[in-house]
Design a binder for this molecule. Structure first.
Ligand code: ATP
Ligand code: MG
Length: 402
């Protein structure tokens, strides 16, 4: 197969491959960008594999950075954006079911492609668009299939993360995992416990954000992989229900966690623990809690002004998205209007500051903070207009009534 027209990102990278080839080495585009180009999808990163060793690459270009030299990866900066180039390698021994103990640089493309996870990810492409297909990846791409390269039992035993990658690609691409590969996943599911949660997280999120999460979740359930995901152990029923409800991917990470938390019926504290076990960032955890709070309400009614304000404009859309997935009416349009109509969107928009209050004779201390909080709420709910004079009058009335 020869691609006539290459995406712009590949065109821009061609000089890198040409330079390597002129020096007598081989160089190919590899990985997801080759797969996605053949599928007619847009690409997001260009990976280059080469027979040249890292030192040899560094001699061929003026500006390089050792981004992962021990794995054979060098970043080439001579041609605008950086290009990651990785020396062909074979990965020999795996003793802990994750990452090889040792990488060996090799000169053979076939050796390099053999270590890759799935046939659709084991394609290589020359700079002129010619596709090298040693494992029938093109046929699997045409038939929309995910198939391990070589013996699937061995491949998942070597690296258990590949099982999560399989379910994630099933969702992202709307592909079927072939029976022998899925059987090997079922046989090795327990090895997922050996994999760092951060790496499982990446694949789970890509699954939930993929075009057909139903496919990925169904496979996660049938292979029993779900049992080895943190805090999923009592959630088989919830996951099965979610499989029915997730007719398309979620828009972002925050919605993904919120949908899981709501499906699992987690309260605030349980959600905190859940997100901690999945090692999400603090910012994501804060956003997820706010989205879940709003989405719980949206399952029965719309949000009042204060609830909208607390949730915030950007998160309200995610709360609606999560609620709709769980069966609520879609209130996107009215919620966007309601948020825009709030008197203020943020605390700093309150037209009276602590300094103003002190100048008016209120002593610094907890009472001042409470007054400001009360004013903020009254502004949001329309009990007082957001003008300095009106707020000051209201503040003094509140202070005197205590
Ligand atoms: P994406 O579009 O999400 O980037 P990708 O297929 O490019 O998908 P990467 O994680 O970027 O996935 O990996 C690049 C390539 O490296 C893959 O296409 C595959 O050939 C190989 N690869 C990645 N992870 C593994 C693994 N765990 N085992 C074997 N090969 C892998
Ligand atoms: Mg990639």
């Amino acid at each position: 197969m020869q691609l006539k027209q290459l995406p712009r990102d590949f065109e821009l990278a061609r000089p890198v491959l040409q330079t390597i080839e002129r020096a007598g080495y081989e160089a190919y585009f590899v990985g997801g960008s080759v797969r996605d180009t053949i599928l007619g999808k847009s690409i997001h990163d260009v990976d280059i594999a080469t027979s040249a060793y890292p030192d040899e690459i560094k001699h061929l270009f003026k500006r390089t950075v050792d981004t992962g030299i021990e794995h054979g990866t060098v970043m080439i900066l001579d041609h605008g954006t950086g290009y990651e180039t990785t020396t062909f390698r074979s990965e020999s021994t795996y003793t802990d079911f994750r990452r090889p103990d040792q990488v060996t640089f090799v000169r053979s493309l076939a050796e390099d492609l053999k270590r890759r996870d799935f046939t659709i990810n084991a394609l290589a492409m020359r700079e002129n668009g010619e596709v090298i297909d040693l494992f029938d990846g093109l046929s699997d791409l045409r038939n929309r299939r995910i198939r391990a390269v070589g013996d699937p039992q061995e491949r998942f035993h070597e690296d258990a993360l590949r099982m999560m990658r399989a379910v994630r690609f099933a969702s992202q691409l709307d592909f079927e995992i072939v029976p022998a590969t899925e059987k090997a996943m079922a046989d090795h599911a327990a090895l997922l416990a050996k994999i760092a949660v951060e790496r499982i997280q990446v694949e789970l999120l890509k699954l939930l954000m993929g075009q057909t999460p139903q496919r990925g979740l169904t496979s996660l359930l049938t292979t029993q992989l779900w049992r080895y995901c943190p805090d999923f152990e009592h959630q088989e029923t919830a996951l099965t229900q979610l499989t029915q409800r997730l007719t398309h991917g979620v828009s972002c990470e925050v919605t993904a966690w919120a949908v899981l938390g709501l499906s699992f019926g987690l309260d605030h504290d349980q959600t905190t623990t859940f997100l901690k076990h999945w090692k999400t960032s603090n910012q994501v955890a804060t956003d997820v809690q706010a989205v879940m709070t709003a989405a719980r309400i949206l399952q029965t009614r719309t949000l009042d002004a204060w609830e909208l304000y607390r949730c915030g404009a950007s998160r309200v859309k995610l709360a609606n998205e999560a609620a709709v997935i769980l069966g609520a009416a879609d209130r996107a349009d009215s919620l966007v209007q309601d948020v825009a109509a709030l008197p203020i969107q943020q605390k700093r928009e309150v037209a009276l500051t602590g300094k103003d209050l002190m100048q008016a004779g209120i002593q610094p201390g907890p009472q001042l903070g409470q007054l400001l909080a009360a004013l903020e709420r009254q502004v949001v709910t329309g009990q007082v207009v957001n003008h300095k004079d009106a707020l000051l009058t209201q503040a003094l009335a509140l202070a005197n009534s205590k």
